[in-house]
Design a protein around this ligand. Sequence first.
Ligand SMILES: NC(=O)c1ccc[n+]([C@@H]2O[C@H](COP(=O)([O-])OP(=O)(O)OC[C@H]3O[C@@H](n4cnc5c(N)ncnc54)[C@H](OP(=O)(O)O)[C@@H]3O)[C@@H](O)[C@H]2O)c1
Length: 349
Amino acid sequence: MLTTSLPRPRPVAPGPLPTLRWGIIGPGWIAERFTEALCRHTQQNVVAVAGRTKEKAARFAEKWAIPKVCDDIAALLALKEVDAVYIATPHNHHFPDGLHALRAGKHVLIEKPLALNAQEGRALQAEAQVQKRFCMEAMWCDFTPKYDVLTQLLEQGELGELHTLIADHGEFFTPDHRIFNPDLAGGPMLDLGSYLVAFSVKVGNGAPDTICARGQAAPGGVNGQASMLFTHAKGLHSVLNTTLFSSTPGTAVIAGRKARLVLDGHFYAPGNFTLTANQGGNTLHWQDEGHHYAQLRYEAEHVAWCVGQGLTESPIRPLATTLTTLTVMDEVRRQLGIVFNEEREPRIV
Ligand SMILES: NC(=O)c1ccc[n+]([C@@H]2O[C@H](COP(=O)([O-])OP(=O)(O)OC[C@H]3O[C@@H](n4cnc5c(N)ncnc54)[C@H](OP(=O)(O)O)[C@@H]3O)[C@@H](O)[C@H]2O)c1
């Protein structure tokens, strides 16, 4: 028997919410959306922005009425009035930027992936513990009402024994995009693939037991697409594909013995899903409306709540979960022969 109604989403900040003073590092595409979500939909306060050039950071600051503009990250981290930073630089900058921010005594929200690999991720975790500061990967989907409803359905066993997860995430990019740049840890794995791997870890409730991956190179040397088959001990098979050659529907299906859940593309973003019983065909629908990047507010409000509670890790996305995802991605990359520049020689930060 399928449940008669979907669970209600639980609040990401179930109590008093301090107004943090935020600094934005890396005023690019996602930082714009994050800042808009904070400025328009929360009581959080964006007080500073840092880019590599003052002109670009100043344009960003003007648009969102941000009082302080810095032309490097050190200047922003020296500001006493900044409590927390959102790091939205390219992947290979997350680790050094995150480490510097923690050492400067700031709480950090770091865009996905937290770091290039699990080793760097563990170093960030250790630094956060030493500094007693909050550290979290900005896996924004985990904080959306849709994902929380899905989480509750999985926890309550509403789908029955899980056997199949099928998901894809492909986007077409022009050759000038950073995703083709080997010097910025390009390729789809860390970017689009993070969502797929994190989803399989979530649905399978931990790391898979076996991992099989195949890849195809893109011109310029980065990986262009990766296909993955993960098996979990309890019988779940995850079939995943990510590509930067083409746009794919970005849908996901979780199929269990009792019911199947079909998420419209992009499966990780706010949107719609359908839960359908295998027998009888009863169906329940989840619908998200409105501008979906406004939901970036939830990860920021969750950070503020955690900081207010004196937590150094999120109960929704603890660093252990992020490290599991990074470890799985490390194994996928090992099988595909992908080594980032920074991994050829250990970096000293
Ligand atoms: N949550 C999501 O939905 C989402 C969506 C897209 C991306 N992301 C993640 O967010 C991060 C940034 O992605 P994005 O698409 O926003 O990238 P982007 O538009 O290229 O922005 C990155 C910013 O980082 C700064 N930067 C610092 N060092 C840089 C360098 N060496 N080369 C280029 N830029 C540098 C740049 O600002 P200055 O030039 O001012 O320094 C640039 O604007 C990635 O890790 C990505 O995975 C998340």
